[in-house]
Design a protein. Sequence first.
Lengths: 620, 603
Amino acid sequence: MHFPKPHLPNPHIAERIAHAKQLLHIGDNLSHLSHKKEFEVLKRITKMCLRYKKYISLGVFGVFGIVASQLYLPFLLGNGIDKSIEIISSGSSKLNDLYIVGFLIIITSMVRGLFGFLIQYYGEKIGNNITTNLRSNFHKKLQSLSFSFHDKIHSGNLMSRGILDIEGVGLFVRTGFLRTLEIFLLMFFGGILLVSVDWKIGLLSLIFIIPTASLATTTRLRLRKIWTKIQQFYSDLNTKLQENLIGVRVVRAFGGQNHEIKKFRSSHKNVTNLTIESIEVSALGQALIGFFFLITWSLIIWVSGIQVISGSLTLGEMTQSLVYLGMLQRPVRMIGMMVNAYARATSCGLRLFEILDKKPNIKSPNEAKSLDKIHKIEAKNIVFKFDHESEKNILNKISFKTSKNQILGIIGPPGSGKSSLAQLIPRFYDIEDGSLTINDIDIKNIDIIELRKQVGIISQNTFLFNMTIKENISYGVPNSEMDEIIKCAQIAEIHDFIETLPEKYETTVGEFGVSLSGGQKQRISIARTLLKKPSLVIFDDSLSALDSITDQKIREHLKTSISSQITIIISHRIDSLEHANEIIVLDKGKISQRGTPSELLKEDGIYKTISDIQHPKYEK
Amino acid sequence: MISINKTSKKVKKTEFLEDNLEVISSYDQEVLNKFITYLKPYKRKVLAGLVAVLLFAGVVVAIPVLVKITIDNAISEKNSLALNLMFVVLIIASLIHMFSNYFQQKLLGKIGENVIYDIRTKMFNHLQKLSMSFADKTKYGGLMSRVQGDVGALQELFQAGIHAIADILTLICVAIILITLNWIMGLMILIVLPILILVKIFWLPMARRAFLDASKARSIVSGVLNEHLNGVRVTQSLNREIKNQEIFDEKIADSLYKQDKAAKYGSGIMPPVETLTGLSMAIIIIIGGYLVINESIEIGIMVASLLYIQRLFDPIRTLTMHYSVVQRAMASGHRIFELLELPIEIKDEPNSKPLKIEKGKIELKNVSFGYESNNQILSDINLSIKENETIGLVGPTGSGKTSIAALINRFYDIWDGEILIDNQDIRKVSQDSLGLNISMVLQDPVIFSGTVLENIRYRTNASDEEIIEASKTVGADEFINRLPDTYSTHLYEGGSNLSIGEKQLISFARALVCDSKIFILDEATAYIDSYTELKIQNALNKVLENRTGIIIAHRLSTIRNADKIVVLDKGKILEIGPHDELMKNKGLYSNLWAKHQSSFDDL
């Protein structure tokens, strides 16, 4: 009998609720992205870039070089024109000066090309390094985040972050980072030079800079909002597509094709419309920036034309300032693209950092205790729920205790909480209340890697990787000896089947290889778990998915081949539990019956009912 | 009794996708032609877009001419009035520039997005029509990358293409203008272009290789990320995180190496292009200067030529930048059209009518079938199921019981014989009407992301009350009520917050809500414990009272109460009749019961 103990609020509960809320809202509306956040994202991206000091310095060197040669060239060209005029007015026919100017132009262009190479190459190199780095961190994070995270965020969503969002950041770093510097420098020095040719002309060019800057800002804001939405809808589209392809049989069986097409279309329309909107906004920005530029250009021609007519400016000087402005034309065109890339990168970056900053809510404590073989496991009044805010408990006050060489059986209808109970033991989820101890140590104080080394759980959802059977079995212990692998395959009753395959253990399974039946996959996953020699094995409805003969054989092998371990068998097949030292019958998250198989058979209850159904007797 | 699953063996030539990037050539006229056919619905918009592009290219080219006129005819002549006039003309040109620039981008962008939408929608629709045998052997990962990645690459092409069209037009106009300004100088400048072609001949093949390698390495990285993500639960329970990280890091290191190499080729083209730009500028200065001195040209022509030179090389520069995009898009286009052109094996006959069901009678006459031509699964099956009758199909693994269910739904076409529903040959009725009139519960339950309600409702318009009613009938109501938000609980990816048994109950309710006259259960209770199954069975008896039912099971207790039990073995009907009759027959069926065996797998 368990006495109800007063419900004490868990000290971490507030924190956990906050975490749960955070999880639920992930990927939700991000359009309220503030300037501060945007700046932070930019700062982080910049920081990452700065890590590549060598590339950055070479790239920046390239930028200065290109700006210098870019600005020197108009001077040369203006010079060439002035020289020609000079020659005409002096009446000589010496062309030497022109040759020198021509030669200098070729050299300058060559140098400009080399600097251009530096900018583009090192820009891409930094971008490639950053995306590589982000991918690695993203992967690492996904591997470490706990089940509750993966439950809630669709893999389609995560994939679109891992691929498209990283690409978005990369694109900006690759093309935008050094180029932005280039644009600024060109504008700055170009402005100074224009002023030095003639201050009035120089000031006129400000007409261009001011509206362009403000336009770039507003366009950026609008685009960022659109991009954030595009990314969300794209994730949604990804998810729908993936589910349609996985669920193809259901779609066909229900004649759901039109329903699926409708679902897909609505998501797709959203993406298309938003992309069109982004094109429109960006086109408007670019067109206006181009317009401001041309207006300035026309004004300069007009004003300097008046000056030339009045004689206060030479034609060569005028050409020079026109060419200076012409040199700015390409950067000006690039501003528009840059703004778009920047807007995309900040919203992509935000989505990425959101994942990268997630802390796994299940991790080893600071002073974790190590764990040898498990010889005892005890649960006292365990309470568990998937959602901390929910009032509904998945498990309610579950207690059990089992030790070395014992078998614990768990049975119960769907939704009774069997699988949830199993997943608490390797700490895939944390309990809400009560205590769970292994070898008398609280599970939360045990080093999580050591815990999971000792606990082998074979889930009812089998997942095999696109590798050979051998690699799949040795998934957890990659460098296993072949005879070890074969031994585990034999225990799992799959060795004989593997031997019939054309390439035996080297046969590839999964998406690009042989398809296996559910039972065959299940047995490979049993072998895979046994190979790591866990001292506690949990069969989470994985034996009952096999036919009863194989089930029985596997249980026989387990008894003889692997000793000194605890076995927990969750099953809906009575026979699987025949050797259990204790069986707990779960119903609606509570223990409704417990005892040995023979004791339970004598009681009226779920257990006996199930047994009667499974062992039918022929009656007339 | 263990065998490789059927799916592995059936590879037919007709519906097969190859995953090979190598075979695709860089420039594929065919791909381009096919792509252009998708522009047809937007003829008028394309026309308008092209007008805008032409206008834009025209005004871009015209501005230096205007500058030349201003210099030569106004400023050099010291004519203030002409200068003011030219100023106004320039302002007008700027306005045209703005509007044409905006509209060319907007129109072409819109067309591009619409074409992308059309192509992707068509791909999706096509995927819905392809036969089950295609779905069996083509795994979703590859399809995902076609519908998402490849269409995305095409989208990039379109966006790059907008600029490319304007660039090419500008290039041509500039070349023409340079020659008209002064043909000697113009030709001298254009001599530079063939040198550029020479560079490209040496550079292109190497660059192409590098670009393709890089994009292949990138897709490998995506594949590994996807697999590690899907298998994350296994990885965590087997402590494989570190090893996986090593594998992934190795792949991204390789991808980094290849991308850097591609970058080298991509940027390597810059110095020669720039040098050539310089060369042509020098030509203008020297030749132009010479001509000016000899007074055969005016200074304005020289200035204008210098301005045009920038315009001539800008497009060349951007074209090289877009080159890798075009490369990738060609390969992607190839893969997209390959998918779109897969023949549909199971088609509706012309003028097929929807299936009309009154009684729900099903007849199989001399049906034989196999998934591949050398492996017959069913031979000469004759079976007739009367109105409101329930039959149980039992037999060992591989006996063909699941195939029968699939055939009634016309997932596959039979080799021989015919299948009739209410005297209508299922090959002569429209396919979607079959799915709409037959409810089926499959062994592997599928959960879509969405709420419990949405999952059960699926394609129907069932009210919430009807859904709750159906859930109660199948006994799902109990666990649904224990979910955090009961029927509004959002189910995670693949129903990861549910057990298989619970998922099966949901798909059971989903089938019930469809309210069809024919009800097929294909090993639908395999993962459900016997206790719950008993509850379902009681419900089922009620549900099947006025429906035609087919129950496929390997557990004997499941089909015991069926009106008729069909025992299948090796694709043939071994025994047929009600439970009591079969027990008297002393055949395979009664044998199993006598041994207290609960299922055929125990043979």
